[in-house]
Design a protein around this ligand. Structure first.
Ligand SMILES: Cc1ncc(COP(=O)(O)O)c(C=O)c1O
Ligand SMILES: N[C@@H](CCCC[NH3+])C(=O)O
Length: 386
């Protein structure tokens, strides 16, 4: 990702910024497209992972649909050329304004997360004399074996409709003339690295589709959600194993003739394509600790502070020294007025100096999009490979 030419280019730029390696992005997208096409599976890109305009423009050209979680994302997906027939809209709190926007855009499907929401969408569609495509987001109570904060498919989570409420869902669907029932939707969490989890999900999806079909609701779409994880410990040349992922669904999902299988991948498509690039502002030798104080912090990349997430940290200005010496240990921290503003403690790095360029890797997913202006910070910039 970082040739000496790239690092020379960084030397002339203001930091911090996100650096996008479009080659890595494209290789990842091709791998996913090819692996899913083999089984006739449909992939919707989860826009929330990264809606940087250049990133979504690139993703759109691969023919993926868009999975959106707000009116803003629906609007951006359509403006950036995603086919409205491949736009889906999930979210536990869709406002009337957002539902109307999506109805006006004629999106493919609302992934509905409560019975109340079914009636609201039906009423708003009726007012426009339209039929809204809907899938029921079911909370399957399947443990994703990931960080507690990014698990979404357990009974304790706010997402989806619990299975004990399904009889009421069926009754509601029978009353809603302006809804077209398309199928069922699931999303159990993010950064899932144990593929067994998806096997368990398939078992639940098979049960649920039988439940609906037995009651006279034919299923056209089985939407399995996203969540495929990436290897944060090996950021180089590390495209997610899409083949193995899709194979689990091929083996364990009971797909009937005429049904479509949909996926909503976010992180696995974009995470490895970007790094946060910053500079060392100060090196502070404390009594117990050495601190590297960067010009980027939790306002640029909040994942380490929010989920104790690991991101590999490299000193790009001392690459040769890194190969030769054992180096020193630093707590790599940001400038924000919060003690949690620490990327990682005890990072082994070559001896580092003011002005050195530091890369925080695997930052393409839930990085730039979760940046904030806290402490009245400038908005983080973005730089792209040629
Ligand atoms: C409904 C839904 N679909 C898809 C995703 C994408 O998840 P990931 O980036 O882990 O693939 C998310 C985010 O977790 C989500 O909430
Ligand atoms: N923002 C989370 C993922 C949550 C995905 C949305 N449900 C992360 O950075 O890992």
């Amino acid at each position: 990702m970082f040739t000496s030419k790239t690092i020379d280019k960084f030397n002339g730029l203001d930091t911090p910024f996100y650096y996008y390696d479009l080659e890595v992005l494209k290789n990842t997208l091709s791998a996913c497209r090819d692996a899913s096409a083999k089984h006739g599976f449909h992939v919707h890109y989860a826009m929330k992972a990264n809606f940087n305009p250049k990133v979504i423009d690139t993703i759109q050209t691969y023919g993926f649909g868009a999975d959106c979680v707000s009116g803003g994302e629906v609007k951006a997906a359509i403006e950036h050329g995603f086919d409205k027939g491949k736009v889906v809209f999930a979210g536990v709190g869709k406002s009337d304004r957002e539902i109307n926007l999506a109805l006006d855009a004629d999106i493919f499907c609302f992934n509905v997360e409560s019975i109340q929401e079914l009636f609201i969408i039906d009423g708003l569609a009726k007012a426009k004399n339209k039929k809204a495509g809907v899938a029921i987001r079911i909370n399957p109570n399947v443990d994703a074996h990931t960080h507690h904060f990014i698990t979404t498919g357990l009974d304790e989570n706010k997402f989806g409709i619990n299975t004990w409420q399904l009889p009421d869902v069926a009754a509601a669907l029978r009353k809603c003339d302006n809804l077209q029932f398309l199928g069922i939707h699931f999303h159990i969490g993010s950064q899932i690295t144990d593929l067994e989890v998806y096997k368990n999900l398939c078992t639940r999806i098979n049960e649920m589709q039988d439940w609906f079909e037995d009651r006279g609701f034919p299923i056209k779409v089985l939407n399995t959600g996203g969540g495929l994880g990436v290897d944060y410990y090996n950021p180089d040349n590390n495209v997610a194993d899409f083949e193995a992922y899709f194979q689990v669904f091929k083996n364990f999902l009971n797909v009937k003739p005429g049904q479509e299988v949909h996926f909503e991948l976010g992180r696995a498509l974009v995470a490895q394509s970007a790094s946060l690039i910053s500079r060392v502002l100060y090196v502070k030798n404390g009594q117990k600790k050495n601190f590297l104080i960067l010009d980027a912090g939790m306002t640029e990349l909040i994942r380490p502070m929010l989920y104790q997430a690991y991101h590999q940290i490299e000193n790009l200005s001392r690459k040769q020294e890194a190969e030769k010496s054992e180096g020193l240990k630093y707590d790599v921290v940001g400038p924000i007025c919060e003690s949690t503003d620490c990327f990682q403690k005890d990072v082994s790095l070559p001896e580092s100096f003011r002005g050195d360029l530091i890369a925080v890797r695997t930052a393409g997913a839930y990085g730039e999009v979760m940046a904030s202006g806290y402490n009245l910070r400038d908005r983080v910039g973005s730089v792209y490979s040629e």
